[in-house]
Design a protein around this ligand. Sequence first.
Ligand SMILES: Nc1ncnc2c1ncn2[C@@H]1O[C@H](COP(=O)(O)OP(=O)(O)OP(=O)(O)O)[C@@H](O)[C@H]1O
Ligand SMILES: [Mg+2]
Length: 310
Amino acid sequence: MKIAVVYDTDTYEQKKNMVTAVKNALLKKYDAYELAFDENFMSEIKKYDMVFNLSSSGGRESRQMHVPAVLDIMGIPHTGPGSYTHALCLNKTVTKIILRQHGIPTPPEIKQQDIFVHRWEEGTGFIVKPEREGSAKGISDKSVVYDAQSMKKQVEYINNTFKQPALIEQFIPGRELSIGIVGNAETMEVLPILEIDFSGLPEEIEHFYSHRVKEEYSHLTSYKCPAPLDQKTEKDIKNYAAKVFNILELKDYCRMDVRLNEKNESFFIDINSMPLLMPDYSDIIKMAKAGGMEYDDLILKITQSALSRK
Ligand SMILES: Nc1ncnc2c1ncn2[C@@H]1O[C@H](COP(=O)(O)OP(=O)(O)OP(=O)(O)O)[C@@H](O)[C@H]1O
Ligand SMILES: [Mg+2]
């Protein structure tokens, strides 16, 4: 079986290493090659039986939707969900509407046009985020607001910088968890839950995953996997996560960001339909390891899961 590991032409160094690491893992069992998603893709891809999809920045706006859409037309199996699911997950507001409809807890949000009519509850903060970005883009210490004027300013910043609506979501103070899933409907495995611990950060730095905390302060954040949780909380979160996986028709692997308030109530804030698979770095790699799966095992399991799908 010939597998193409498909990547974007703008892939930077660290991501390039991920492409090679995935290919090397696949070589243990298959014929694997790296293939760029460029103007020759439609003809080149015909030489392969399957795609391990790592393309997440193709095009100007729809990002990870392109490769699965092309492969769907060509009838070539691939890892990860179809473009329909990627589209749903790319828009956080849409995702939240669907989750809420299915009884999955997600923080309440307010609409941009309701900033000045919203009745503020004492001490409640909101986080203002771009509706359709990732990698904590546009998320800083200024994103969390406690009054209408600051909220308006932050919404305008998001609208102007990212040319898209802002999602204004209730800020959940508390613990940050990440949930990873590998497999499909029958083989689905929720990996040990990862906790991201921000307590080592200086006091003046925001204690959540802002862009600078991700990029510049990672040495001061620490990880606990499995996260210390009481049995009920862990079971509830894992059940919710499995439900989300099915509702959104996620496939093979995914990562979900969850906040836990002081009452141990969980809130789903972000569903990543194609999380990065950077060796030793990405959260899902840490979770797999805690579950006894080395990097190569995880890549092969994702591939097996995709191949087993009709
Ligand atoms: N409602 C919220 N309450 C508390 N913290 C939040 C909330 N929304 C976002 N955050 C914080 O901001 C971080 C980034 O938010 P989010 O996951 O929505 O953005 P993203 O850009 O999609 O992230 P990723 O890097 O996972 O792609 C979260 O990991 C969390 O630390
Ligand atoms: Mg996130």
